[in-house]
Write a protein that binds this ligand. Structure first.
Ligand code: URA
Length: 225
């Protein structure tokens, strides 16, 4: 029916002297392809961030720095360990806990059936304080957002804070390490343990038995996850 009237109309146009007709092609609706869902890769994200921050100059520690020590290990871990700051070996290597204290830490992890590749380790400050002194409040303040960001990417279920500096900084309490060890904490909803820093254990062998008690608690919790 419609075809017939179109034909008649075209004949009429022809008779009126119109020879050519231009048709605008109908608009074809483009179907937008959805981009493939982005799979969040914490390892890739941390790599990007380490690259972004490695020339950080937010506090004076950069002046004595050889290498920025961001953190190492498995970003998909359930257990994250936090120390104080890089020492001379770490500063040279750009990796955390690689010196004598680090070697002891590796053994401590083995004692609870874990390897360094199964956990993630970072520090309160990413650059070496001179003469291995404790990081200053301003240095910690400037550096803390890096650690907070790492924790929010890794989303560990357990935190183990090594030493009083890590504990006092993250838990915002000024008490002796012995007192810190007496309980567990919730840091941003993450179950948090405090134990001795391995460097302190190297100086005070007698404390190793207490560290072993702490480690066993962490192991029990880790294995129950
Ligand atoms: N001590 C720390 O607290 N962190 C390291 O990376 C090395 C030693």
């Amino acid at each position: 029916m419609l075809q017939k009237s179109v034909k008649q109309y075209l004949e009429y146009l022809k008779l009126s002297g119109i020879q050519d007709i231009f048709f605008r092609p109908p608009k074809v609706k483009k179907i937008k392809k959805k981009p493939p869902p982005q799979i969040f890769d914490p390892a890739q994200k941390l790599k990007e961030l380490e690259e972004k921050y490695r020339n950080c100059k937010k506090c004076p520690l950069w002046e004595g720095r050889n290498k920025f020590c961001y953190g190492n290990g498995n970003p998909q871990t359930k257990l994250m360990l936090i120390g104080e700051g890089p020492g001379v070996d770490e500063d040279r290597a750009g990796k955390v806990f690689v010196g004598k204290a680090g070697q002891l830490l590796t053994k401590m992890l083995h004692a609870i059936k874990l390897t360094r590749d199964e956990v993630y380790i970072a520090n309160i400050v990413k650059c070496r304080p001179p003469e291995n002194r404790n990081p200053l409040p301003e240095e910690k303040k400037m550096c803390l957002p890096y650690l907070e960001e790492q924790i929010s990417i890794i989303k560990p279920q357990i935190l183990l804070l090594l030493g009083r500096v890590a504990a006092a900084t993250l838990l915002e309490m000024d008490i002796p390490l012995k007192a810190f060890r007496e309980q567990t904490y919730s840091y941003k909803g993450i179950k948090t343990y405090v134990s001795y820093h391995p460097a302190a254990l190297l100086r005070n062998i007698g404390w190793k038995k207490f560290a072993w008690i702490d480690l066993q608690k962490v192991q029990k919790d880790y294995q129950s996850l």
